[in-house]
Design a protein around this ligand. Structure first.
Ligand code: DC
Length: 229
């Protein structure tokens, strides 16, 4: 079957990565979490006190950053590596979440991340989730999905995810962080979060994971057949 590129964009905590991971597993494709790349860059900037509004500091820092995904066959998971360190857990910290949207507005940061993302897509057979994947990174992708969910559902999902790691976290903190990220992600100058004209909307507020996967798989198979000819 013809290999295609599948892009999954949408607001924070809409379940994009869950869907992307499931799809990749079913299709035997590579899953790429583009948000993890922006998070790893943010972690590096925070650790090294890089002023991300200073062009020189940003360019110098980006030269020192090596990003890589390592796939673990045992756990069936892909982890983000920053300069050969596994940072998969660290990049989910609240401090990173609070700063990542701002860092992602910086043009040089986006150019750096987008170039690497495009390289990862050269051989097709990938599912990449993010904010600008269908609009900027792969504007010619064969299947573009734009995931949405009710804001209350999103806050609850994110809260559950974070509470296990940090029982001190409050619903308010989670809501504020999501609202702030939605705002910055949709209003930045360079590639803001936007549904691509040819993307299909998937509202998963009332869907189980299985239902959402079934729907997306059907779309993927249709596109593979259409592009095989
Ligand atoms: O998907 P996520 O929540 O882990 O993404 C973290 C942040 O990274 C998000 O708030 C905005 C930024 N991001 C982006 O600007 N472009 C992408 N393609 C992916 C993420």
């Amino acid at each position: 079957m013809q290999k295609i590129i599948i892009t999954i964009d949408g607001f924070s905590s809409c379940g994009k990565s869950t869907l992307a991971k499931q799809l990749a597993r079913e299709l035997n494709y590579v899953f790429i979490d583009s948000g993890a790349m922006y998070r790893a860059i943010t972690l590096y900037f925070l650790r090294n006190h890089v002023d991300w509004y200073n062009k020189e500091q940003v360019s110098k820092a980006l030269e020192e950053i090596d990003l890589d995904f390592h796939y673990n066959e045992k756990t069936n998971e892909s982890h983000m590596y920053l300069n050969e360190e596994n940072v998969e857990q660290l990049i989910r910290d609240m401090l990173v979440s609070e700063n990542v949207s701002e860092v992602s507005t910086i043009k040089e940061v986006r150019e750096f991340a987008v170039a690497q993302q495009q390289k990862l897509g050269l051989r097709k057979g990938i599912v990449m989730d993010g904010r600008d994947i269908g609009t900027t990174v792969f504007p010619n992708a064969e299947l573009k999905i734009f995931v949405t969910a009710d804001p209350t559902v999103r806050v609850e999902r994110r809260f559950k995810e974070l509470y296990d790691k940090n029982p001190n976290i409050t619903i308010e903190e989670v809501r504020n962080n999501l609202e702030m990220r939605d705002y910055i992600d949709s209003n930045r100058e360079v590639s803001p979060l936007r549904k691509a004209n040819d993307a299909i909307v998937l509202d998963n507020s009332d869907l189980t994971r299985e239902q959402q996967l079934k729907t997306a798989l059907k779309w993927a198979k249709e596109r593979m057949i259409a592009h095989a000819n």
